[in-house]
Design a protein around this ligand. Structure first.
Ligand SMILES: [Zn+2]
Length: 510
């Protein structure tokens, strides 16, 4: 039996006096036998009897109804019992998570998961206090860092629905494309997110993420905030605690060429630093926990796809049968590459080129080691999902439009973009390294091949797409809605996808 349906002894005892009172009322015969009274002869005694019975009836009715009536009090008691049960459920879940965490605090996400697994339909958000809403009763509670549970004022909650709650309400919306419910937030809705520094530039950053050590190409690329940038909802974070936004289209590099060029071993080693660094110019510490580059995990999360790396399959997270989706992934020891003595690992390359000793050498590179057991291996980690397949995502859906419009051949791949998801591919005689990408129907970790273990290096250009993770406590009243742009500034743009050869690393000399 679930905790929810079980009454404590204390609650049963609380209920007993009411039932006792009800039985006494039922026992008052006068209420039930009015009709037979007319057959009585009207002696004085009988008249007195009737008067007494009528008075008793009036008193009984007054006792049943009215502000302090039994029925009203029974309803109040029922509500009190439900509140006590809900509080108890929160307390049990809170202590459960606290025990799992060995006393190291409880997050809203953990509390929510625990309550849901205990059979309650709840939404939890915020921190100290965490707000817990029971979606069936609509009652809201707060839990502070000491585990104190209070019922929260309902009025206060109506004024302050969080964006996360609004998104959850919008998930069951029947008409998300044309909905005027202000309490709903849907995929592709526009929000007026603004960075705190409207002139922020990568050029002003202490450790410029676009220097050639990190991009693998010349040192001339710069990104500056564009205040006209439009932001759209793509969904909730995996822990369902944050509304995630991305830009209506990718962001553009300063100057005529809007694309970011990345190449070589640097692109594999530093793509996360470069892409996250660029996107961080859109930071707003009041509204967002982080602004970073989009990743392959963001895409699989908002599409509701699970990548099972153990079994090397992909399936819809909601699909209990785990029906395999079209997908290419390469994991595990069967897909390892054994470095040859003449090889470059990307780590060796950056150590040698930039004296970056935060990496350790992989390919050991001396003849003696060819025969020794010290030669290192690298696991394959590249994978891709084909987003033009309808089983992956409906091409007429709002999320397809936000994430994938303009990335296929019919639009010259204009809006194809990088993912901060480096990956390794293993060929017959070499390993290949690259950042992730969304391009030509594939969302991939390690999508392009920009560095080969035999030393060949390439550079290509794709766009950059930020993700804003809004703070979980941000309310609908704190961020305005926005409207779509009227023109598409990516029309006619074509990224350099052919690739530019950067020449060979000095293979064999490691
Ligand atoms: Zn709606």
């Amino acid at each position: 039996m679930r905790e929810k349906n079980r009454n404590s002894i204390e609650k049963c005892i609380k209920r007993l006096p009411q039932f006792t009172t009800m039985n006494v009322i039922d026992g008052q015969a006068g209420l039930m036998s009015y009709s037979s009274l007319i057959f009585y002869s009207l002696t004085i005694d009988n008249i007195l009897n009737i008067i007494v019975l009528l008075i008793l009836a009036a008193v009984s009715i007054a006792t049943l109804t009215g502000e302090n009536g039994i029925l009203t009090r029974a309803q109040d008691a029922k509500t009190d019992t439900e509140i006590a049960e809900e509080k108890e459920a929160i307390g049990i879940a809170y202590n459960g998570v606290m025990a799992d965490n060995k006393g190291n605090g409880v997050s809203a996400g953990e509390l929510q998961d625990e309550l849901i697994s205990n059979g309650y339909n709840v939404t939890a958000s915020g921190s100290n206090p965490i707000t817990v809403k029971f979606n069936d009763s609509q009652r809201v509670y707060t839990v502070d860092n000491n585990g104190n549970i209070e019922i929260s004022d309902g009025n206060e909650d109506n004024d302050g629905t969080t964006l996360v709650e609004m998104f959850i309400a919008g998930e069951s919306c029947e008409n998300p494309d044309n909905c005027d419910n202000e309490e709903h937030l849907h995929v592709a809705d526009y929000l007026k997110y603004t960075p705190s520094d409207s002139t922020a530039s990568t050029a002003d950053m202490e450790d410029n993420p676009l220097k050639s050590q990190y991009t693998g190409v010349e040192d001339t690329q710069t990104y500056t905030v564009n205040s006209n940038t439009k932001w759209q909802v793509i969904g909730l974070s995996e822990d369902r605690q944050h509304v995630l936004l991305t830009t209506e289209s990718p962001i553009q590099r300063d100057g005529a060429d809007p694309y970011l060029k990345l190449g070589g071993a640097e692109s594999y080693i530093y793509c996360k630093k470069v892409l996250d660094g660029i996107c961080s110019i859109y930071a707003n510490d009041d509204l967002a926990d982080e602004v970073r580059s989009i990743t392959i995990e963001d895409i699989t999360n908002v599409l509701g796809i699970t990548i099972d790396k153990e079994r090397n399959i992909a399936y819809k997270t909601a699909d209990e049968n785990e029906t395999e989706l079209p997908y290419q992934g390469f994991f595990g020891t069967d897909n390892q590459y054994l470095y040859k003595s003449t090889d470059y690992a990307p780590e060796n390359y950056v150590i040698e080129q930039y004296n970056d000793t935060s990496y350790t050498r992989k390919a050991t590179g001396s003849v003696a080691n060819i025969l020794s057991a010290t030669r290192e291996t690298i696991d394959q980690s590249a994978y891709m999902i084909p987003y033009t397949e309808s089983s992956i995502v409906d091409s007429n859906s709002a999320i397809y439009d936000v994430l994938f419009s303009g990335t296929t051949e019919e639009n010259n791949f204009a809006k194809s973009y990088w993912l901060a998801s480096p990956g390794v591919g293993v060929g017959s005689d070499y390993a290949i390294f690259a950042p992730g990408s969304v391009y030509d129907g594939h969302a991939a970790a390690g999508g392009y091949y920009l560095f080969y273990s035999h030393g060949v290096r390439y550079a290509v250009s794709l766009a950059v797409r930020p993700v804003v993770s809004l703070k979980s406590e941000i309310k609908g009243s704190e961020i305005e809605r926005d409207v779509a742009s009227t023109s598409d500034i990516w029309d006619g743009k074509v990224p350099d996808l052919e690739g530019e050869s950067l020449g060979r690393a000095d293979a064999g000399q490691v």
